[in-house]
Design a protein around this ligand. Structure first.
Ligand code: ARG
Length: 458
């Protein structure tokens, strides 16, 4: 493609280090679409003849059909998907193929192809996360009243509902969706026509190609357009945050599935056994979701480090933009699917969860709050009195509401029998009805809103 200036061909090492076809062949659909939009514009502008434009366009369709049927051939001599397609086009239609590359460069071509690919990845992530949210909301609806211990420092803190806990993840994945949508809106400008770096002298119509490819407008600065990979970074940042949320949920399911917790039984289809310990059922899918988060973070780090310090405009370093994005996108879609399956198929052991909430003195705050409200005790003092009650209950191996009134009154005479209504986990959860709180009525309101937003049947 550029042999004119060279006396010698590239060495084997040069060919190997230069070749991006092993990975950028994933861009073939976008490359064909962008070339078809470009040649239609070249024809409309009279830059190539109508006959040549038609022949090139039909030829590109034939190349696409071949790729679809047999895959993209990997020939390192042809470097990348752009040259591979152009070279096959030339074999199919002859010299007219050489007119396709008029008024463009691989620099604006690859920026356009890749941006189209990343746009689609944003849409795919949004859709997959929507399905995960539906699964979470469905299970939260079932468990709006199921009581479990809520933790801080992974120590039992206050009782919460399982529905509330699951809806916390619905919020996180909602923010992830908005980040992908936001990234997508910043990918609305088409680089095609920026050419190598400076624009072109041919009378091209950039509005036309931008529209044809589904962009809102052309990019405004050719130097920026060919050297910008913010869109890929935006995607990776959104993917990283999403992978992080998936990993936190995975971690909780792993802990909950352990025998000492016993809060959940994960679906067999997403677990594995042990080759030597027959009793084991390992949460491998969840562990891999947790592990894959590290690889997504690695992908982001990789592209950040590639881009830092690159002068304008294109440098070949930027060819390394694609593997991390492709890897992250593949991992993310797999992890979202695995997590959706786990949420859908998990069996929550609600009796165990309730017992754990009852045993962990999770209603200690309720006793303190009761002293403040009913006996006008300052909260700090109430906290101290409650601590004494917990200490006593602990030494006797009973729950707070199993202490006798006499025992409680020995700690503080202002306590009376009404206190018992506040000490059950059900009363505790029901009382936390502030907006966004854990009370079943609040959870049901949030679930109803979410169902409507997600287009679920009521
Ligand atoms: N394969 C290249 C990439 O992915 C295409 C752009 C090549 N441009 C160039 N001036 N060598 O970045």
């Amino acid at each position: 493609m550029w042999g004119g200036r060279f006396a010698e061909g590239p060495s084997a090492i040069m060919r190997e280090i230069n070749a991006s076809i092993p990975f950028d062949k994933a861009l073939w659909r976008q490359d064909i679409a962008a070339s078809k939009a470009h040649v239609a514009m070249l024809g409309a502008q009279g830059i190539v003849s109508p006959e040549d434009a038609a022949a090139i366009s039909a030829g590109l369709d034939r190349v696409a059909a071949e790729y679809e049927a047999k895959g993209v051939p990997e020939n390192w001599d042809l470097e990348d998907i752009h040259m591979t397609t152009e070279s096959r086009l030339a074999e199919l239609i002859g010299p007219a193929a050489g007119r396709l590359h008029t008024a463009r460069s691989r620099n604006d071509q690859v920026a356009t192809d890749f941006k189209l690919w990343v746009r689609e990845a944003c849409v795919a992530a949004d859709a997959a996360l929507g399905a995960l949210q539906v699964a979470l909301v469905t299970r939260a609806d079932e468990h709006a009243e199921s009581i479990m211990p809520g933790f801080t420092h992974l120590q039992t803190a206050q009782p919460v509902t399982l529905g509330h806990h699951l809806m916390a993840y619905h919020e996180m994945f909602g923010r992830d969706r908005s980040r992908f949508a936001d990234a997508h809106t910043r990918m609305a400008q088409c680089p095609l026509g920026s050419a190598a770096l400076a624009g072109t002298g041919f009378p091209i119509d950039r509005e036309m190609t931008a529209k044809a490819l589904g962009f809102a407008t052309p990019t405004r600065n050719s130097l920026d357009a060919v050297s910008d990979r913010d869109f890929a970074l935006d995607y990776l940042m959104a993917a990283t945050q999403c992978a992080l949320h998936l990993s936190r949920l995975a971690e909780e399911l792993i802990v909950w599935a352990s025998q000492p917790f016993g809060f959940v039984v994960l679906p067999d289809a997403l677990s594995t056994g042990s080759s030597i310990m027959p009793q084991k059922k390992n949460p491998d899918a969840a562990e891999l979701v947790r592990g894959h988060c590290g690889r997504v973070v690695g992908a982001l780090t990789s592209l950040v480090v590639t881009m830092k310090g690159l002068p304008l405009a294109y440098s070949k370093d930027m060819q390394d933009d694609k593997p991390p994005v492709f890897e992250a996108a593949g991992l993310l879609s797999l992890c979202i699917a695995a997590m959706t399956g786990m949420v859908e198929g998990a069996t929550f052991r609600t009796e165990r969860m309730r017992q754990a909430a009852e045993l962990g003195y999770a209603t200690a705050t309720d006793l303190a709050d009761w002293l403040v409200r009913q006996a006008d005790v300052p909260f700090r003092e109430a906290h101290h009195i409650t601590g004494a009650a917990v200490k006593l209950a602990e030494s006797r191996g009973v729950a707070l509401d199993q202490l006798t009134l006499a025992e409680l009154q020995a700690i503080d005479p202002r306590i009376d029998e009404r206190v018992f209504t506040a000490l059950s986990v059900d009363a505790s959860v029901a009382s936390r009805a502030s907006y966004g709180g854990t009370a079943p009525e609040q959870v049901r309101l949030r679930v109803a809103e979410a169902k409507q937003a997600l287009g679920m049947e009521e």
